[in-house]
Design a protein around this ligand. Structure first.
Ligand SMILES: Cc1cc2nc3c(=O)[nH]c(=O)nc-3n(C[C@H](O)[C@H](O)[C@H](O)COP(=O)(O)OP(=O)(O)OC[C@H]3O[C@@H](n4cnc5c(N)ncnc54)[C@H](O)[C@@H]3O)c2cc1C
Length: 519
């Protein structure tokens, strides 16, 4: 489909965006997108960086045609374009060199599209389309009605678009891979306004980039994602143990967890290790088990705890029979609204002339929160030096501290490294994330996390996960292009889509090679 703007272009960006067929909710310039309600229509769910976002216009698209017109106008007037779905970016799109962009919000495009036949009772071979703005909470509950799910993350308000474009890690990745490993096609409005469905055969390089290249560099706006769904776990078990975070515990438990749980040959077992301080510093392992041998999974967790120097557990919760939607609810403060029909959790209500920001359900829901993230993907070859765990054990567990480590191996580790832009494919891979979130200023903990990363990466390569985006990686001598794309960095850079992935010595060009515009 060709660019929807004809040769007689309207005279200004605003006129172009408001041409027939454009989104009714279109706001051009700060005078229009700043509101009296205490928020701006350009804002995201991260008060640390939201002020740096400086668009020319914010367009709230509810259908593909709105997206196509908005992107075409941006192209015509030489403006960069960024999609916005869940507003959960750790670093801002449309900031710095991106300022002046047109933000195309697709938060309200959250349909689940089923094929006209099939797709019942979790049978294999079902490909369904998910809108870019679909929240994970809505996705889990909607897909569960037909016995399906997707291998995605725990947080109910994260959206399909950003999660998928960066890779998509979650509970089921050992069994079924990353979310991108189930992606079969993406509907995209390219930067010149043309619409295309990209897959293995059509624009395969763009389909490749859509699988882990990341939302910040994706050259277009995605309007639908087509996934081959996986069967919903029928009777999952959850097992959880917590211990006081003594230094001995922090030094001994991680190696045992890694060797005996993260590297376990049964991909039905997913065990996450985390460290937190919300009043009391603690260490915990949460197991989600979706196989038959539940007793062994529970015994393994108890045995790992007993072999460590953690001492008696301070909390034990063993739930051998639960439901998949209960697992989802449990990870989101038990808030049943996350799956309520008609509720997409945390977005924009377009029923009035000015979009109204809606409340978020789950943990840490305030829009006033500051967020930042650091990450490390490690474990290549099935080995993590004890020095990593010792360095982590020295970290000061301040109030609000949260570090989690998830196995990102299993099936996700078996895919060829160059099959997708996401490169961290190894049977030993785990992903560590330092999550910083607070209603106050977080600059001091961001500083501390740089020191932590420096100490840890003295022992292992500086690799990270794109969706835990960190533009301040240089604070511990990390290089985003190599950290996020590893052995695929040159191939991603060849797509020439932005500074984040450019080699420091490269000229600062930002043209996508198929001539589809600039970003
Ligand atoms: C509380 C929390 C929990 C998280 N849990 C997980 C997890 O379990 N697993 C995991 O892998 N990640 C997780 N993440 C990271 C998450 O995947 C990223 O923050 C992701 O970018 C969020 O996507 P979004 O659509 O919600 O946010 P947005 O801010 O709307 O988008 C993120 C990026 O994608 C771009 N984008 C958005 N929509 C489109 C579109 N339609 N077309 C093209 N580009 C688009 C944006 O420009 C931006 O660069 C979590 C993040 C948070 C804040």
């Amino acid at each position: 489909v060709q660019n929807v703007i004809g040769p007689k272009a309207p005279g200004s960006l605003g006129e172009c965006l408001r041409a027939p067929g454009g989104a009714p909710h279109t706001f051009v310039g700060p005078a229009e997108y700043e509101t009296d309600a205490g928020y701006s229509l350009k804002d995201i769910h991260n008060a640390r960086v939201t002020g740096s976002i400086q668009p020319s216009a914010v367009v709230f698209a509810t259908e593909e045609a709105h997206v196509a017109l908005a992107v075409s106008c941006a192209f015509r007037f030489g403006k960069p374009v960024y999609g916005r779905s869940g507003m959960n970016q750790y670093e801002a799109s449309c900031a710095g060199t991106g300022a002046g962009c047109v933000v195309v919000d697709v938060n309200n495009m959250w349909e689940v599209g089923w094929p006209s036949s099939g797709c019942q009772s979790g049978q294999s071979g079902c490909v369904a389309s998910l809108g870019p703005g679909l929240s994970l909470g809505s996705a889990y509950f909607e897909l569960s009605k037909r016995g399906y799910t997707i291998p995605a993350g725990a947080c109910a308000w994260v959206r399909v678009a950003g999660l998928t474009l960066g890779g998509g890690q979650g509970w089921l990745m050992r069994k079924y891979g990353l979310l991108i490993d189930r992606l079969r096609a993406v509907d995209v409005v390219l930067l010149n306004g043309t619409k295309v469905r990209v897959d293995e055969n059509t624009e395969p390089h763009l389909f490749w980039l859509a699988r882990g290249g990341g939302g910040n560099i994706f050259p277009g706006v995605a309007t639908a994602f087509h996934f081959e769904l996986v069967p919903m776990p029928v009777s999952p078990a959850t097992y959880s143990m917590e211990w006081a975070a003594t230094k001995e515990c922090r030094k001994t438990l991680p190696a045992l967890w890694y060797e005996r749980m993260a590297m376990h040959p049964d991909d039905d077992l997913f065990a996450k290790l985390w460290f937190s301080n919300s009043g009391q510093p603690k260490v915990a392992i949460d197991v989600t088990y979706i196989g038959e041998d539940k007793r062994s999974a529970e015994e393994l967790l108890r045995a790992v705890g007993a072999a460590s120097a953690c001492g008696a557990a301070t909390r034990i919760q063993m739930t051998p029979n639960t439901t998949w939607t209960s697992v989802v609810l449990g990870a989101n403060d038990g808030d049943e609204r996350i799956g309520a029909p008609g509720n997409n959790n945390c977005g924009w209500d377009l029923s009035g002339p000015t979009p109204r920001r809606t409340a978020c359900q789950g943990y840490d829901t305030s829009y006033a929160n500051q967020w930042a993230s650091r990450s490390l993907v490690t474990g290549a070859g099935g080995r993590i030096p004890q020095g990593v765990w010792d360095a982590l054990a020295e970290d000061i567990m301040y109030n609000g501290y949260f570090v989690e480590i998830e196995p990102s191996n299993g099936f996700a580790g078996t895919v060829a490294k160059d099959a997708t832009a996401y490169p961290h494919r190894d049977p030993g891979s785990v992903t560590l994330q330092i999550v910083m979130a607070s209603s106050g200023d977080i600059s001091s903990v961001v500083h501390q996390s740089a020191e932590t990363m420096r100490a840890i990466t003295a022992h292992v390569p500086r690799l990270g996960y794109y969706n835990y985006l960190d533009k301040n990686m240089h604070q511990y001598s990390g290089l985003p292009r190599d950290a996020y794309y590893g052995s695929n960095a040159d191939a991603v850079e060849a797509c020439d889509v932005g500074e984040l992935v450019q080699h420091p010595d490269a000229p600062k060009t930002k043209k996508y090679p198929t001539g589809t515009g600039t970003k």
